[in-house]
Design a binder for this molecule. Structure first.
Ligand code: 13P
Length: 254
């Protein structure tokens, strides 16, 4: 059975001390809560990875990065390899976030190399997909997401899929306060699962967690996470506030 996951994407927020304070608070909350049915991931800026990984005491909490290089090492000033991330104790990496796709012009071919680099370094991947508003208005959202998945996961085996979480993040919902409705989210998550089933078979698709991202907050997580194919969330703004993030985690009772 697939796991329930609440992941935070801090983006470029929080200095070292602020970030470690937040990571410590969430970890303590999870130690006390003794939940066993939900995995919590905090995807931090690179500077937090090592110390945040060291301070974890709850088995339910993991640390992840927000991107990695497609290269393994060499003269690539400013880049961070997947193996470097892994050496900090972090266990996840987000790949294909819409902000990387748009601001850094990352295309599906490059993202596919990054997915392979991450899996080679034994990191788990949170692979993001989602359409922009114009694509939805033209009824192209399914085609766009299907292409992102097919090209981004090209050459990835069913065994590798065990180490991949999908995040559906409609770009028009990110940081806008506009959330996909529960029905819009369910429809796309079920569609994503059908795309995975076509390529990897029904069982692998059923075992893959698909997270919703885009203005997810305590006031809407209950209805979004109640949908059959929504296995949790990738949370931006609300993951920066301990209370909000922990309330979202508590959407899952166990
Ligand atoms: P917000 O929750 O701030 O809309 O961000 C979502 C997101 O991009 C998570 O990766």
């Amino acid at each position: 059975m697939r796991r329930k996951i609440v992941a935070g994407n801090w983006k470029m927020n929080l200095n070292l001390h602020e970030g470690l304070d937040l990571a410590r608070s969430v970890d303590r909350y999870m130690q006390k809560s003794k939940k066993t049915d939900v995995d919590v991931i905090m995807c931090t800026p690179y500077i937090h990875l090592s110390k945040a990984s060291e301070l974890l005491a709850s088995p339910a909490v993991s640390i992840g990065a927000q991107d990695c290089s497609d290269k393994s090492s060499g003269a690539y000033t400013g880049e961070i390899s997947a193996a470097m991330i892994s050496s900090t104790g972090a266990t996840y990496v987000i790949i294909g976030h819409s902000e990387r796709r748009s601001y850094h012009k990352e295309d599906n071919e490059l993202l596919n190399k990054k997915v392979k680099a991450a899996l080679d370094a034994r990191l788990k991947v949170i692979f993001c997909c989602g359409e922009v508003l114009e694509e939805r208005e033209k009824n192209l959202h399914r085609d766009v997401v299907s292409k992102q998945l097919r090209e981004g996961l090209a050459g990835i085996s069913a065994d590798d899929l065990d180490n991949i979480v999908i995040a559906y993040e409609p770009v028009w919902a990110i940081g806008t306060g506009v959330t996909a409705s529960k029905d819009q989210a369910q429809e796309m998550h079920a569609y994503i699962r059908s795309v995975l089933a076509e390529k990897y078979g029904k069982e692998s698709a059923e075992n893959t967690a698909i997270l919703y991202g885009g203005s997810c907050k305590p006031s809407n997580s209950v209805e979004l996470f109640s949908m059959n194919d929504v296995d949790g969330g990738l949370i931006g703004g609300a993951s920066l506030k301990e209370d909000d993030f922990c309330t979202i985690i508590d959407t899952f009772p166990g």
